[in-house]
Design a protein around this ligand. Sequence first.
Ligand code: GDP
Ligand code: IMO
Ligand code: MG
Length: 421
Amino acid sequence: MSKVDVLLGLQWGDEGKGKAVDFLAPKYDIVARFQGGPNAGHTLEFDGKKHVLHQIPSGIFHPEILNIIGNGVVIDPIVFAREIRDLEPFGVDATKTLVLSNKAQLILPTHKLLDKALELSKGEEKIGSTLRGIGPTYQDKIGRHGLRIGDIIEKDFDEKYQKLKKQHLSLLSALELEDDFIEQENQFFHSLELMRQFRIISTEYLIHESLKSGKDILAEGAQGTLLDIDFGSYPFVTSSNTTTAGACTGLGIAPNQINEVFGIFKAYCTRVGSGPFPTELFNQEGEQLRKLGNEFGATTGRPRRCGWLDIPALNYSCMLNGVTQLFMMKADVLSGVSPVKICESYNSDRGETSEFPYVYNDSYSPIFKEVPSWELDGILEYNNLPHNLKSFISSVEESVHVPITLISLGPDRKETVLKKS
Ligand code: GDP
Ligand code: IMO
Ligand code: MG
């Protein structure tokens, strides 16, 4: 019986999960997404081309791999149809290599309207949602009246759709429908036709049969641990469990079927949207990181907030996820940046603490240590990496007590260094 490896983000998303999954995919038979939806933007680069995936797992460019969208995911058919179309010029026939869980939730056009209305009503306290309908769709799931992908192949789908739409419209009654709502709805139904061409099944059975027959599975997380609905900086979070536990509920696997947990982090930190960010830089240094790291959202294009690596946050994420291996991404961005800083703990009105706070407010401030920077020269061999980069790696490993086994030094699949532990 095989086991499942999980790969997930340890910060506020955009750590480079797409690149890492695409890099590791050849070792696996199946890549499966377990939560989130079109709020994700996972970037892959190879053969001089860049691809951004939102709902489709990042193993899709490997024709021999089966990709699964698990029950924990929320799916927007319009985005789905666009993603499938965008894959066609690259010879990817996803109808053969992509399977959808019949239990994944369906994002309706009205979910997106509700997302906008709810966000608008929050005024200054807005979450900075991607407005892709994520929150309202998960709300309907938990409220037990959501529509699932399996419903689209049932005879009474139209009836169910109209019923839920009516509920949404009564909630939205104070608002005018957007001019393009009819067009959105047309696109929605048109996209459902495409979705019906895919295998819509109980993917939990497929996963278990695959494990029994010795197949290797990689579960791909979306967002990051600090955006988790339970453990993230609530309420500035997404609406799903982004942690390892989410892989169990989002795919139907048991905790004892999980093997390695690959935790991905940037050598610094970014965040897009509102909410606390202890090591955020509001100065020229932050601007520099944004520019060097090209830190603009893959889904919304918004500039990402930038700051230094936060060890208490990283420790917290490793603890929650049971991380067995760390992957450090974007170390190239810090090449030539001097000084490089790491936050080791926080000052608080109760003294120094290494605990990630319940509420991060003005009574906290990060305590930084400066480390010597490095210059990269294109070398992709661990032993030949600059001494200061290796010291940075050792310093993080010592603080977090988890080995860093992969170092990413550029967006391309090839710009990846493996460190044998
Ligand atoms: P994800 O959501 O975790 O998959 O990450 P995103 O794709 O949203 O954001 C990561 C960005 O960094 C993308 O533009 C990637 O192409 C890029 N990237 C990934 N790894 C590296 C790296 O090691 N160095 C650099 N410079 N860019 C990287
Ligand atoms: P990937 O998978 C970064 C953020 C949004 C917002 C909050 C809630 O690419 O790492 P939502 O749309 O879920 O209601 O937004 O979460 N957010 C992300 N930030 N990367 C993501 O995904 C994100 N998905 C959601 O910016 O602050
Ligand atoms: Mg992203």
